[in-house]
Design a protein around this ligand. Structure first.
Ligand code: CUA
Length: 371
């Protein structure tokens, strides 16, 4: 009853004279509201279908293919549904009120009745939000507990990921492998689960590890170890990126998770443990490499190149991209990168080494043997 009085009050006319302009503004805002509503619904409908059986090649939170991502996906749908319900109720009431109680010719121009202290209304707008927040809290807390409380099985793969400005160092302490920007893991199908547990560290600033189809974001913080895990159910390449602004090339700090079919991961690991090939044809390039500052930042197998500031290059050519997903790893791009990385990834920590054309050719020929 009181609600009706209150609403009726909203329909009273305002100062005469401005009414024409007001109804015009009102029409325009109703149109804008309708457009926003249609856009929201279209976005929801256009989002990819929920049935998923392969990695999408683009970051996508709606096609989870790993238990933590699935758990987060489910709680997100609940949150989206509740928020959509609230939006429809509030937006619907607003639209109804705007249309039903708009100014009409012949309104008497009186101030609407002012209502204060409605117990029912105040009770409703206190209790409904509290219950809503409580439901969201319980659902979220349960998901966090399920994901973070998981105990690693004995055969879990352990990987340490170190965030750098602006690339990812990936270490397999039990396998003696160090690589960069591409995390290789075995597939973990239901029934034969072989999850990968990640220890996340940072060498400089705060980053955030995020591969949307596999798990939620986890911050990568200096002087702290964070843990997370993934169990991808389908082989393929999953893409992700740093999700915390970490400086100039934050956008070029991309990640690939390459999930190998059963048995294939071991082959990859064996190939990565192979020492670099010593090709007599490219020895000149190797000598130039070892004689320049390259070795202060990069490591190559058991050679005297032992730098850890930049990516390990032992199997450089087995990777798909250069500069953490900035360009594809082709001989042309590699040459352009070594000539002057700043033209490809401005601000990155690798300087232009001012190599002569001959040195450049020799070093690139050597790097191309690091398969
Ligand atoms: Cu690292 Cu953003």
């Amino acid at each position: 009853m009181r609600i009706r009085i209150l609403m009726a009050g909203w329909g009273a006319p305002r100062a005469a004279g401005s009414s024409g302009r007001r109804s015009h503004t009102l029409k325009r805002s109703s149109v804008a509201f309708a457009i926003v509503l249609i856009l929201c619904i279209a976005t929801l409908l256009a989002s990819p279908t929920l049935a998923a059986d392969a990695p999408t090649g683009v970051t996508n939170i709606f096609k989870p293919l790993s238990t933590p991502a699935q758990a987060i996906h489910e709680v997100s749908l609940l949150v989206l549904a509740i928020c959509a319900g609230i939006f429809l109720v509030v937006g619907g009431l607003l639209a109804y009120t705007v249309v039903r109680f708009r100014w009409r010719p012949g309104d008497d121009g009186r101030e609407p009745p002012q209502i204060y202290g409605s117990n029912q209304l105040e009770f409703a707008w206190t209790v409904i939000p509290i219950v809503t927040v409580f439901v969201l809290f319980l659902a979220t807390a349960r998901t966090i507990y399920d994901v973070q409380g998981a105990v690693p099985p004995a055969d879990a793969l352990n990987v340490t990921v170190v965030g750098h400005q602006w690339w990812w160092e990936i270490r397999y302490p039990e396998l003696g492998i160090v690589t960069a920007n591409e995390l290789h893991v075995p597939v973990s199908p239901p029934g034969k689960a072989r999850p990968t547990f990640l220890t996340l560290e940072s060498a400089d600033v705060v980053h955030s590890f995020w591969v949307p189809q596999l798990a939620g974001k986890t911050d990568v913080i200096p002087n702290r170890e964070n843990r997370m895990w993934i169990d991808p159910t389908q082989p393929g390449t999953y893409v992700g990126n740093c999700a915390e602004y970490c400086g100039m090339q934050h956008a070029h700090m991309r990640l690939r998770v390459i999930v190998h079919p059963a048995g294939d991961f071991e082959k990859w690991a064996a190939a990565q443990r192979e020492p670099p090939v010593d090709d007599p044809q490219t020895r000149a390039g190797r000598d130039v490499f070892f004689a320049t500052a390259c070795i202060n930042c990069h490591s190559i197998g058991e050679t005297k190149a032992r730098g850890t500031f930049g990516p390990d290059l032992t199997h450089l050519m087995s990777r798909e991209t250069l500069g953490a997903g900035t360009v594809p790893n082709t001989p042309e791009k590699l040459r352009a990168w070594v000539r002057d990385p700043q033209t490809i990834k401005e601000g990155c920590n690798m300087p232009n080494m001012q190599l002569t054309e001959n040195e450049l050719n020799q070093i690139v020929a050597y790097l191309l043997t690091l398969k």
